[in-house]
Design a protein around this ligand. Structure first.
Ligand code: WT7
Length: 655
């Protein structure tokens, strides 16, 4: 039996103590099933509303949903002021740590003052209800403050990840019609200051609507300055009053736009609104992580510039009065144990990160986290891609010390919040599976015609009921919204774009984007399945698999692998001429079946990843099919691709 099969056979019941004191128990599923809308209404009542809703859901014009119709609330008030008013002003909202090691502690009372100041500054600059404000910042407290200031005055924020290029920023500023950009002189990454302002200057010079650029001082780099347009944050925010009365907005008032890449070149501006979004991010954050506001220290180790950061660094944790850690930099700076130092220093109890990071830590070796204590941890989370059972078990053992449940949370920018996930005090965990729909969520696995499949079969994941934190549209493009998500199976079934399998026990296994599902000689094989098999081999640290078009079989499986440290030493970074490659091909054939035997395996040093950590399979497919490389602007490091291309043999291996 292969290692991956063994891993999948192991299950982990909830730790007794955690189950006994968990925020939600097993009854929650039946309760939500009994009355889905009443369940979400109860979740909404955890927030503070100026006016209660008249109707929980208006789904009379699918796929355009309205949640908590007629309700009014202020999102920033819910995240900040109400905790201060309830006497928790001295509680730490964020332990912020810069990459160079500088620290800032921000209490809820301080956060309230800063958010009010920033809100007053936005008003002084003429920002009005509904205006779009672009935020192009590193991981700073000001990033959160700027987001909340927008929410407070009813402006729509649009955070653009600090690693995006001037081009990417310009197209987003244009698409959203942003009137203001909030940025910084720079931020720290990999031990050095990186600049942000030049990209803003370039982008804004091409975009008609931006009136002002507000600049946070972080690195003290020299910046170009446009008089009359550019303002220092410290000046324009610093001089404001800390008093601002938050006005309530409609539950469906737009909260933010987050751009995400689709199958075409033009990014989609995913629109989230206020009441439903905050309800579901707050409730899932509380239930899925078992968040205890008085004792937990919560850390989502991701960037605020993507949806994980919006929902689980900012809105969910703050709505629940959590104490969070926020870290500016990269995990290997100044050494590979940086994260574990942070966990120990702040006593982090809940850690949420992505499988790709976990596999990187595996590559670096278990002796690195072994130097840290880590005994404060009690719940671990995973998000962004399927977590292969080996990475799951490594995370469980070497980070969680066998003690901490791992919640593998499936969701998307579009869903706004967790959708399929175990619950730490309830579920018996099955490594590698996201398991079951969250209470109040209806997810199914269907065939190409939309018929629900019996258990133990593979198909497409769909969501068959609207949910509170669902996207409401694609900014400025209702037609694309309908086409992309709601046309394949009719206007009330959401097509997630993921392949999925439901096993005989009813657990859902995510199999990657359907465009990542390969078809080899008429057999459906998931890239993830082959990757999982490869990383189960003791020599492999990380693997990415693509289906390359093949004249005989339709698609052929091409794998890119990074070796573990000891294997790289033994075989050399290139895998010792072919010997190891044959071993790995045979390993996969044995593990999954001969049909899954990769046509070609390339041993590489790095894989091309987006800044949110996703492997860019599109580029790997280009390499595998010997095409000119497509758009590489969202890559963390575009030189990775030229390195990989140089390795490409002129003809694929045969047999
Ligand atoms: C896609 C959404 C949700 C925030 C991060 C990514 C994949 C996400 C999981 C998981 C398997 C996952 C899916 C999904 N994905 N989480 N736990 N297991 N796959 O947001 O960039 O909008 O990507 O990420 O393919 O469709 P995103």
């Amino acid at each position: 039996m292969s290692e991956s099969t063994q891993a999948q056979d192991r299950t982990f019941p909830p730790p007794e103590q955690l189950a006994a004191g968990a925020n939600v128990g097993p009854d929650v599923y039946a309760e939500a099933d009994r009355d889905r809308l009443a369940f979400w209404e109860q979740a909404a009542r955890r927030l503070s509303w100026e006016r209660e809703w008249d109707q929980a859901l208006d789904w009379s014009k699918p796929p355009f949903a309205k949640w908590f119709v007629g309700g009014r609330l202020n999102v920033a008030y819910n995240c900040v002021d109400r905790h201060v008013e309830a006497g928790h002003g001295d509680q730490v909202a964020y332990h912020w740590e810069g990459e160079p090691g500088d620290q800032r502690t921000i209490t809820y009372a301080q956060l309230k003052d800063e958010v009010c100041r920033a809100a007053n500054a936005l008003l002084e600059l003429g920002v009005q209800v509904g205006d779009r404000v672009a935020i192009y910042l590193p991981m700073l407290p000001e990033t959160v403050i700027a987001m909340l200031a927008c929410a407070r005055i009813g402006a729509v924020h649009m955070v653009v990840f600090g690693g995006f290029s001037a081009d990417a920023l310009a197209s987003r500023l244009d698409d959203a019609g942003a009137v203001l950009v909030i940025t910084a002189d720079g931020g720290y990454r990999r031990g050095a200051p990186s600049a942000l302002k030049p990209a803003v200057d370039d982008a804004v010079s091409r975009s008609g609507n931006v009136r002002n650029v507000v600049v946070v001082k972080r690195t003290e780099q020299d910046v170009e300055w446009t008089e009359g347009r550019d303002l220092w944050w410290d000046d324009v925010v610093g001089r404001q009053s800390t008093e601002h009365t938050a006005e309530a907005f409609d539950a469906e008032h737009p909260l933010y736009i987050m751009y995400t890449s689709g199958t075409t070149a033009k990014p989609k501006g995913i629109l989230h609104t206020s009441g439903g979004y905050l309800t579901q991010v707050a409730y899932t954050h509380w239930a899925v992580f078992d968040l205890k506001p008085d004792t937990d220290v919560f850390w989502t180790a991701a960037d605020v510039g993507w949806v994980t950061g919006h929902s689980y660094i900012v809105y969910g944790p703050l709505a629940n009065r959590a104490t969070s850690v926020m870290y500016e930099g990269t995990p290997e700076t100044p050494h590979r144990g940086r994260w574990w130092d942070i966990v120990d220093r702040y006593g982090v109890t809940i850690l949420y990160t992505a499988p790709t990071v976990i596999r990187t830590f595996m590559k670096w070796g278990e002796d690195v986290p072994a130097k840290a204590d880590l005994s404060s941890l009690r719940v671990l989370g995973s998000v962004g891609e399927p977590i292969n059972p080996e990475a799951w078990l490594w995370y469980h053992e070497h980070i969680g010390h066998g003690r901490c449940p791992i919640v593998d949370t499936w969701w998307q920018t579009e869903t706004g919040a967790h959708m399929i996930t175990p619950l730490p005090g309830v579920s018996t965990l099955v490594p590698g599976s996201a398991q079951t729909p969250f209470p109040g969520i209806s997810a199914k696995v269907v065939d190409d015609e939309g018929n629900e499949l019996a258990d133990d079969s593979t198909g497409l994941l769909v969501l068959t009921e609207p949910w509170p934190s669902m996207l409401r549209t694609i900014w400025g493009d209702d037609d694309r919204y309908v086409d992309t998500y709601w046309s394949r199976f009719g206007p009330s079934t959401y097509f997630a774009g993921d392949g999925a399998k439901k096993d005989a026990d009813g657990n859902i296994w995510l199999l990657g984007r359907v465009d990542d599902v390969m078809n080899v000689s008429g057999h459906r094989i998931s890239t993830t399945e082959v990757e999982s098999s490869l990383v189960a081999h003791p020599t492999v640290a990380e693997a990415a698999v693509v289906g390359a078009s093949d004249p005989t079989t339709g698609q052929g499986i091409v794998a890119f692998v990074i070796l573990r440290g000891d294997a790289a030493e033994k075989y050399g970074a290139e895998g010792a001429g072919g010997e190891l490659v044959q071993t790995l091909r045979n390993h996969v054939a044995r593990d999954i079946g001969p049909i899954a035997k990769p046509r070609q395996i390339m041993v590489v040093q790095e894989l091309p990843k987006t800044r949110s950590g996703k492997i860019m399979r599109r580029l790997l497919r280009d390499v595998a099919e010997n095409r000119e490389l497509g758009d590489v602007t969202t890559l963390t490091d575009s030189s990775v691709m030229s390195l990989i291309k140089d390795k490409l043999p002129s003809s694929p291996s045969e047999d």
